[in-house]
Design a protein around this ligand. Structure first.
Ligand code: CTP
Ligand code: MG
Length: 221
């Protein structure tokens, strides 16, 4: 089973609000991107890595991969305007013989080898895609634009999903073809009629959105 990872790092990081992209924000001593890159490189599950960099930041991304000795990261491409465009740009670099594609947000630096194994396993049991998720614990309300509550939404069966998300490569390629938009890859596969399974996620896979998230993750290193 040949497994390729697409590491999505092309976002601008507007909510973090730095003068450089989020992937190059400092996490401890290194740029944020270094942490997931090193972890994917060190995972025995992964055969190759495509880094999707912010447009104009390909060279620093390649230099970083070289500095870290990431021999699996042999491809780096600029991302697109949206996350879905960045996924398509990365997928175009994944070799045709890859059986499985793992799509991961660089903004979730603390990906573990154990979690990668957990999302890959169901692919050999007939699932088209597998995503890590955490059951929602807060009460959910739909709220109108004036702040008034419209309804309380039943929480049973609701999960907040994370990355890495694993897919059979040909299923993902077919599902993202075109120019549709979605905030995760699984939504494309679901829309195409694919079977997507949720497995246990990891609270440490917190996504860096704000400076507080970055500080929290740095304290977990
Ligand atoms: N991403 C990407 N290409 C884009 C948009 C997002 O590769 N055009 C990636 C980000 O780099 C990140 C992941 O998708 O690893 C999740 O996106 P998000 O957390 O929203 O990051 P940003 O879009 O960078 O942040 P913001 O929305 O605050 O600008
Ligand atoms: Mg974004």
């Amino acid at each position: 089973m040949t497994v390729w990872a697409i590491l999505l790092a092309a976002g601008r990081g507007e909510r973090l609000g730095l003068d450089h992209p989020k992937a190059f924000a400092k996490l401890g001593e290194d740029p944020l991107l270094a942490e997931p890159l090193r972890r994917l490189e060190d995972s025995d599950w992964i055969d190759g890595i495509v880094v999707v960099a912010p447009p104009g930041w390909e060279e620093p991304a390649i230099l970083l991969a070289e500095e870290l000795g990431c021999g699996k990261a042999n491809s780096c491409v600029p991302g697109g305007e949206t996350r879905a465009d960045s996924v398509r740009a990365g997928l175009a670099e994944v070799p045709a013989d890859a059986l499985v594609v793992l799509v991961h947000d660089a903004a979730r630096p603390l990906v573990s080898d154990e979690l990668i194994g957990r999302v890959l396993a169901p692919l050999s049991e007939g699932w088209d895609g597998v995503v890590p998720g955490l059951p929602v614990t807060d009460t959910l309300k739909r709220v109108g634009s004036d702040g008034g509550v419209l309804e309380t939404v039943a929480r049973d069966g609701l999960y907040a999903v994370q990355t890495p998300q694993a897919f059979l490569a040909d299923v993902l390629r077919r599902a993202v073809a075109g120019d549709a938009e979605a905030t995760d890859c699984a939504a494309f596969v679901e829309a195409a009629g694919g079977r997507v399974k949720v497995v246990a996620g990891d609270p440490r896979l917190l996504k860096v959105t704000t400076a507080d998230d970055l500080a929290k993750i740095a304290s977990w290193l």
